[in-house]
Design a protein around this ligand. Structure first.
Ligand SMILES: OCN(O)CCCc1ccccc1
Ligand code: NI
Length: 183
């Protein structure tokens, strides 16, 4: 099982690399890894397991965070409208997005960042993405609000981008013009 010992922390160059496309259909090994990533996120949200294995709760994880520079990510969360999202995705690609932006008023965190980095992280309010699921289906997902934020955070990891790269260093709490809070 994946534990916090497997999570790469900021400073490791793998977090600044452009991850490689996964060749499809995915190998059994890639499917196993993505399955383990999804299970880790579920485990991190289970009080008993998280306590037992000292897991930090997360809503998503990208393969570079376990040192694997491949375009794979897993998310498991419920959005503000109680809609459940649970996906393992290969080669996710944002094919269109809104001009409007959104953000979490409390900012973001990251399993690979062992410190608070306060500030507004502007993200596209709505995204359409294509990907191949862990189950092998090609999907086209239209996401908005919290779901759009989480998935953009994970896709950033595949492109060597950390959440704090988006924070305005002059005025971290500045709300960009065309941005509305996700709630
Ligand atoms: O990359 C996954 N991650 O480090 C875990 C936290 C993910 C996350 C946290 C806040 C807002 C969006 C996404
Ligand atoms: Ni992260």
């Amino acid at each position: 099982m994946i534990t916090m010992d497997d999570i790469v922390r900021e400073g490791d160059p793998v977090l600044r690399e452009n991850a490689e496309e996964v060749s499809l259909p995915p190998t059994d090994e890639d499917k196993h890894i993505l399955g383990e990533m999804l299970q880790f996120i579920k485990n991190s949200q289970d009080e008993e397991i998280a306590e037992e294995y000292n897991l930090r709760a997360g809503v998503g994880i990208a393969a570079p965070q376990i040192g694997i520079s491949k375009r794979m990510l897993a998310v498991h969360f419920t959005d503000f409208k109680d809609k459940e999202y649970s996906y393992g995705l290969f080669n996710p690609k944002i094919i269109s997005h809104s001009v409007e932006k959104t953000y979490l008023p409390g900012g973001e965190g990251c399993l690979s960042v062992d410190r608070e980095v306060p500030g507004i992280v502007p993200r596209y309010a709505r995204i359409t993405l294509r990907a191949t699921t862990l189950e092998g289906d090609e999907v086209k997902l239209r996401l908005k609000g919290y779901a759009a934020i989480v998935v953009q955070h994970e896709i950033d990891h595949l492109n060597g981008i950390m959440f704090y790269d988006h924070i305005n260093s002059e005025n971290p709490q500045e709300i960009p013009d065309n941005a509305t809070s996700a709630d």
